[in-house]
Design a protein around this ligand. Structure first.
Ligand SMILES: Nc1ncnc2c1ncn2[C@@H]1O[C@H](COP(=O)(O)OP(=O)(O)OP(=O)(O)O)[C@@H](O)[C@H]1O
Length: 319
């Protein structure tokens, strides 16, 4: 076998689209980011979580070359994040998408399409496609000044999608959106992953992150507290059982599975001793004659992990 053939047959290593090493930034002596490491591979969606002031937006801005780190490095596609050639492959939705009030949505997108180096002859089509993808088809001729908050956010998302970027960074993309809009954003993120693009999602909506991300990075006070695959998160612990009628004998059965947090005539909220015992609980209640109308797992497991980490960071460090 020639050397050339063996090289061709070797598995192709997947280079990360984004690598940050030891990123640090302080503003006027106050530390915002404190030695942060992060990587994202093609097709991967990573949720960046943390309480207010944790350093998420500062991190994102350093990753985009918009804020110069005091220390550490950020690379996009193997180039320095501040290199404009690397930026052209990145779509970015900032936390606040500010645009001139007088400009039409279509004009804003055409401008962004040119910045994203969409070929001149494709700009009009790309702008129209982007409007359609975010549910603004037919509204591109209106001025941004007349857009609602949610429409502005949708427009920002459309701008981030122009030019089919290989990495899309979304800073709170659904904060102004109604439930339909949130679902549409989830579908957009899933479609991006399906075509091999990477996504960095900065969001306080943990359920949303859990649904679309492969991995979550939890940060606080500028440091990474945890970097975990979503599939490895423990399952949630609280279940609400909605019954035809809550009777005392059913309550006794339910108490055998955990602590009753709340009960009324129709529903019981129970914190399970064994998080995986939901199916057995349902079987036992049904066997005791309970007519179950709904079983709702309540607490997001990610929410539990997040609160645990942020409230008791030392405990995670020991585990
Ligand atoms: N331009 C700036 N000048 C001074 N301080 C700043 C600046 N930008 C960020 N900070 C500070 O850095 C810290 C991290 O802020 P950052 O916006 O990165 O947090 P965040 O995790 O994105 O918060 P949130 O969830 O509230 O958006 C905060 O203490 C903030 O006050």
């Amino acid at each position: 076998m020639t050397q050339g053939t063996s090289v061709l047959n070797a598995p192709v290593p997947v280079a990360p689209v984004l690598v940050a090493r030891g990123l640090a930034k302080a503003f006027g002596g106050r530390t915002a980011v404190d030695g942060l490491d992060l990587h994202i591979r093609p097709g991967e969606a990573v949720g960046l979580l943390g309480p207010n002031g944790a350093g998420k937006t500062t991190t994102v801005k350093m990753l985009l070359g918009l804020v110069r780190p005091d220390d550490g490095t950020a690379e996009l596609f193997g180039r320095d994040a501040a290199d404009p050639a690397a930026r052209t492959r990145v779509g970015y939705l900032p936390e606040t998408f500010a645009q001139p009030e007088w400009a039409t949505g279509d004009r804003v997108l055409r401008q962004h399409a040119r910045l994203a180096r969409v070929p001149r002859e494709d700009v009009a089509r790309a702008a129209a496609d982007a409007l359609r993808r975010v549910g603004l088809a037919g509204r591109g001729g209106e001025r941004v000044g007349g857009y609602s908050k949610g429409m502005r956010q949708r427009l920002g998302l459309a701008a981030a999608l122009l030019g089919d970027p290989d990495l899309v960074i979304l800073d709170e993309p659904t904060s102004a959106l109604d439930p339909v809009g949130r679902r549409e954003v989830r579908d957009i993120v899933l479609a991006l992953r399906a075509r091999g693009a990477a996504v960095l999602l900065n969001s306080h909506l943990l359920g949303e992150v859990e649904q679309v991300c492969d991995r979550v990075v939890v940060m606080d006070r500028g440091r990474v507290l945890a970097d975990r695959a979503v599939a490895d998160l423990p399952s949630g612990g609280e279940v609400r059982l909605v019954l035809d009628r809550v009777e005392e004998r059913l309550v006794a059965v339910i108490e055998g599975f955990g602590t009753i947090v709340h009960a009324d005539d129709r529903a019981v909220l129970v914190g399970l001793d064994d998080r995986d015992a939901g199916p057995e609980l349902v079987t036992a209640v049904a066997a005791a004659g309970g007519r179950i109308r709904a079983v709702v797992p309540l607490q997001s497991s990610l929410e539990e992990v997040f609160l645990q980490l942020v409230d008791h960071p030392g405990e995670e460090a020991r585990s």
